[in-house]
Design a protein around this ligand. Sequence first.
Ligand code: M6R
Length: 620
Amino acid sequence: MCGIVGYVGTRQAQDVVVDGLRRLEYRGYDSAGIALVVDGDGDVRIAVAKKAGKLANLEKVIADTPLPASTTGIGHTRWATHGAPNDVNAHPHLGFGRRVALVHNGIIENFAELRERIEADSEQLGLVSETDTEVAAQLLELQLASDVDLTEAMQRVCGQLDGAFTLVAVDAHDPTRVVAARRNSPLVVGIGDGENFLGSDVAAFIEHTREALELGQDQVVTITADSVSITDFHGVPQEGRRYHVDWDLSAAEKEGHDWFMRKEIYEQPRAVADSLLGRRTAEGLLHLDEMRLSDQELRDIDKIIIIACGTSFYAGMVAKYAIEHWCRVPVEVELASEFRYRDPILDYSTLVVAISQSGETADTLQAIRHARTQRSKVLAICNTNGSTIPRESDAVIYTHAGPEIGVASTKGFLTQLVACYLLALYLAQVKGTRFGDEITQVVHELEAIPGHIESVLADDAVVLELAQSLVGATSVLFLGRHAGYPVALEGALKLKELAYLHAEGFAAGELKHGPIALIESGLPVFCVVPPRGRDQLHDKMLSGIQEVRARGARTICLAEEGDDKITPYADVLIRLPAVPVLLQPLVAVVPLQLFACELASLMGHDVDQPRNLAKSVTVE
Ligand code: M6R
C-alpha cells in the first residue's frame, strides 16, 4: 500500500529519495515524508519534512524550507490505515529523543497493547500521532538506549510485533546505515556502486541500478554505502536472492502520455506479444518456463480453484471458461479474501491458481498459505519478479507486462488472460484432452491478438466521442454473457474506480431476474456481444439488448466486424475484430478501459491516483 525508499551513498539523499517516492506514489498518496541523517560538523541529527496530500505538497515544503545536505535518508508515501491522512500522522515518525526516524508499510496488529505499555512507562514517551508506526519508532529508540546498534534494535523490536510490516529506519548516531525489516510486506534492495537502496519495489531505484536483491520473510537488512547484510529476527545471517531487473527507467515513465493508464492501455499489443514469447519448443509443443510442477503432478489434478482479487479475479473467471472447455477439469473461482474463511475442500489433487499482478496482495497471499497447509499445490500467475506470491508458490507463470503504474489495472489484466489461456492449453497438452493441432491453432489465434488490439486502439475515435457524450452520467450498466460476463464486470469496475460512478456489470441472462428494473430512459448500457460463431449465445444477447432498448436504455454495443444483426439495436456501435469467443475478452475489454480513462479524465479526476485507492493492497 505505502511506498518506501531508503538510501545510503554519496549523492544527495533528498534527491534520490524524492525521485524514488515519485515513482512509488502509485502505492499510496495520502501523505508523504522524508527523513535525512544530517552531519553538521559532528552534530549529527535527523531532519524531517512531511506533509498531508500528494507528493507535490511535500516537494513544496522542501522547496520553501530546504533540508540540510545529507547522503543518508528514508522516505514514505502513505495509504492511511491507522489515523487520518494529516501532517501529524504522515511518516516518518520519530522516537521520543528524535534519535530514530521510521517509515512503515502494513499494520502492526498488537499496536494498542504496545502503545499502552509504552504510555504506562513514562509520560516522556508520549505519542503524538494516531499511528501504529510511532509505537514501533518509540520501541526502537528504547532499544537503542540500551546500547545496541540499529540493526540489533530492529531485530529485537520485530520480535515484539504482530501483523504485516515493512519498517525502514535511520539512527542519528549512525549516519552510515539504513536498517529495514519485512514480514508479509514488500521490500527489495537495490545494489549500487558505492551506494545502496531500499524500496517497496524496484521502481524506487530503477533510475540508478537494475541489480536487486530479494529478501525472505522475517528478515532484517542493513545497508551502508558499500555493504548489504541480512539476518533473521534473531540475528542469524541470511542470504538474499540477487536478480537483474529486465525493464528500465523508460518503462516507469509516461513517455508523452498524460496518464500512466493511457500509456499502459496503448502498450497492450506489446505486453500481450511479450507474454506469448518463448512459450513453444522447436517441435511446436507448449512449454512454460517456470512451471515447477511435473507432468505427472498436473495429470493428477482433478480440481482447480482460482483465487484472486479485483481485476485479477475477473481474469480468473475467464480462465474458468477456458480451462473447463479445453481440459475438462472442474474449476472454481473464488475471491481470495473469502477463501480461507469458508473452510474450502482442498487436497493434493487440487491445484490452486493464484492470480496477482503485484504479487503482494495480502488477501491472495493468505489464501495461498492456507491452501499449502492443506497440501494443495499453488501456481501463481504474476507480473512482478521478486514479489512474495510467486516466492511462496510451488510454481509460477510470469506475465511480461512490464511495470504497471496506473492504479487501475489494464495491461496487467490482458497479460493475466494470456497466462491463463497458456495454462489451460498446457494442461490440455499434458492431460491429452485436446489434439496437438487444436492447441497449435489456438496459439496461432493468440499470436494474432496483438494486431487485433492495435486495430481496436486505432479505432479509438468512437470511444473518445462516447466519453464526451457521457460526462454527467450518474449510472452505467454493462451486460455480457459467457466470457463476456467478466468483461462486463471489469468494464464496471474500471468506471467505479476512475469516474466514481455507479456502474454495475451483469450476466445478460440475469437481467430479467431483477436488474431490468434499473433500466430507465437514457440509461447507458454497454453490451458485450458474443461472436456470431456462437449463434445461441449471440442471439440470446441480442434479445437482452432488445429488452433494455424497449425500456428506453441507450445501448452501446461492442460487436464483431460484420455483425449486421446488431446494427438496428445499437445506439452506439463499437466494432471488435473477429476472434473466437473464449479469446474475445482480450479485445472486448480494451474499449472499456479506454472509455473509463477518457471519461474520468474529462471529469477532471486523477486517473492514475483515484481517490481512496492504492495500487497494491498489502493489508487484509
Ligand atoms: O496486484 P493484484 O492483481 O493482486 O491486485 C488485485 C486488485 O487489487 C486489483 O486488480 C484492483 O482491483 C485494481 N485496482 C483493478 O483495477
